[in-house]
Design a binder for this molecule. Structure first.
Ligand SMILES: [Zn+2]
Length: 460
């Protein structure tokens, strides 16, 4: 038994080392082989580690990053799995790389992003101290069948770890139902009516219109987006639970981020979330709740949430193309330069798409592109570009800009239509980088999510 562990760990380390050398992304592969040798390896490796597991349809990675930031600021020795490796195999790979040959983990803390379907097996092995379930949305249906099946996977996993503090999104009627029949202590987070932009009624686009208990149509006192909001069933009384960590106001919401008022217990803070859109407000609340469950203070959690932003621009990763796709919002010369410098510093070939819109939210004046240093980029990375596509309402301005920067216009494609653009990028062998302006991103993102199975994450 002991020897089997040693061999499995050694194999996992070796394969991970090899994959790194060959620059293969596959961080799940080493764990997969190790698990064949030693199916309960995760349990051995995770022993004695304070683990926070984050699962749910959307927001896993951003929430994980916020938690990581807090762990890091707190000076904790921790490990984390990478977003593309959130099945049990990827989790095992992450642990094996931080463990001794006998399977003892060198880190005392861990932030583990776990695929919903993988929860069934993983949670029992990991015995986490807390589990955050961000939300459940339908874009998992294709992969996992009924959304209730996904819920069942999480529920079954949680049954094997009854002491874990369950951190649930109170605004999500689906995940809330986990609290119904599990013994786990629960902490709730959510957006209050005072933070809602939309009042009572019924959400236009909802994944869960009917009561999960009795199938009666929900009544909403307010809603945020999708099926998230102040739901209640007029028949059986199943309703949104009061939140322990509550966003009581969204004071400002821009393409840059938001400023929110957050109440945790008796304390209230104004928090700046440096990632755009309301779903990142949820991620912030999820992180604060998870961190509290792990015993970290509110000030540390707030600081981490505020610090998760990009060094070089927000990066969102999608499984499009053979080597994946990274999407980074650009909107001004300074931000654009940061992304270009980041791309210059990478080695290996790349495929680039620049999407320039001139709608009000982008700024109608697109002359800023002439202030961004595309010259340096063309000089340093031009040779490595395996394809450049421009798009958006001002695609031709972008084309002209790149031409003056020194890129051969004959090698630049113009594609204004999202689906056609993604068809093209999907063929890419090299990593794809998409740099859209704000409204171009908003336009493209749903198409990307639909194609890539709803993976959704921002990298700081
Ligand atoms: Zn009901």
């Amino acid at each position: 038994m002991k020897l089997r562990t040693v061999i499995a760990v050694a194999l996992c380390k070796l394969l991970a080392w090899g994959a790194r050398k060959l620059r293969r992304g596959g961080t799940a592969m080493p764990g997969r082989w190790a698990l064949k040798l030693c199916p309960d390896l995760a349990g051995t490796l995770a022993k004695g580690v304070n683990i926070l597991v984050i699962t749910g349809t959307n927001g896993k990675t951003t929430t994980s990053h916020m938690v990581e930031e807090a762990f890091s600021e707190e000076g904790l020795s921790y490990l984390a799995n990478r977003s593309g490796a959130n099945l049990l195999s990827g989790i095992v790979t992450a642990f094996a790389q931080e463990s001794t040959m006998t399977g003892r983990c060198r880190r005392r803390w861990a932030v583990i992003e776990c695929d919903e379907a993988a929860c069934r097996r993983a949670l029992g092995y990991l015995q986490p101290r807390a589990v955050v379930v961000t939300n459940l949305f339908r874009d998992q249906l294709d992969r996992y069948g009924e959304v209730t099946h996904t819920l069942e996977n999480i529920r079954e996993g949680l049954k094997n770890t009854p002491d874990a503090v369950l951190c649930l999104n109170a605004d999500c009627s689906l995940t809330s139902s986990l609290a119904e029949d599990l013994p786990n202590p629960v902490r709730w987070y959510g957006l209050e009516a005072t933070a809602a932009a939309q009042g009572a009624g019924a959400p236009a686009l909802s994944d869960a219109t009917r009561c999960i208990r009795c199938k009666t149509e929900y009544v909403y006192d307010y809603f945020i987006y999708g099926h998230l909001g102040g739901f209640r069933c007029p028949n059986c009384g199943y309703a949104r639970h009061g939140a322990d960590v509550a966003v009581t106001a969204i004071n400002a919401l821009t393409g840059e981020g938001s400023e929110i008022t957050l109440r945790a217990g008796t304390e209230t803070r104004r928090v700046r979330v440096n990632l755009p859109a309301v779903y990142n407000v949820y991620n912030a609340a999820a992180a604060v709740t998870g961190l509290a469950a792990m015993g970290l203070g509110l000030d540390r959690a707030v600081s981490a949430v505020e610090h998760v932003r990009s060094g070089f621009g927000r990066m969102e990763r999608f499984g499009l193309g053979a080597s994946g796709t990274l999407v980074t919002l650009v909107k001004n010369p300074a931000g654009c330069d940061q992304v270009l410098r980041f791309l210059e510093a990478l080695d290996g070939p790349m495929v680039l798409a620049l999407l320039l819109n001139d709608n009000a939210a982008d700024g109608t004046d697109v002359s800023w592109i002439w202030d961004a240093d595309f010259e340096s980029f063309a000089e340093k990375a031009g040779e490595r570009l395996q394809g450049v596509t421009v798009g958006g309402t001002r695609a031709w301005d972008m084309l002209l800009r790149l031409k003056y920067a020194g890129l051969d216009p004959a090698r630049i494609a113009v594609e204004r239509e999202s689906e056609a653009l993604l068809d093209r990028l999907e063929q890419a062998e090299a990593p794809v980088y998409i740099m859209p302006t704000y409204t171009a991103l908003m336009e493209l993102r749903p198409h990307l999510l639909r194609r890539c199975g709803g993976r959704d994450f921002w990298e700081g």
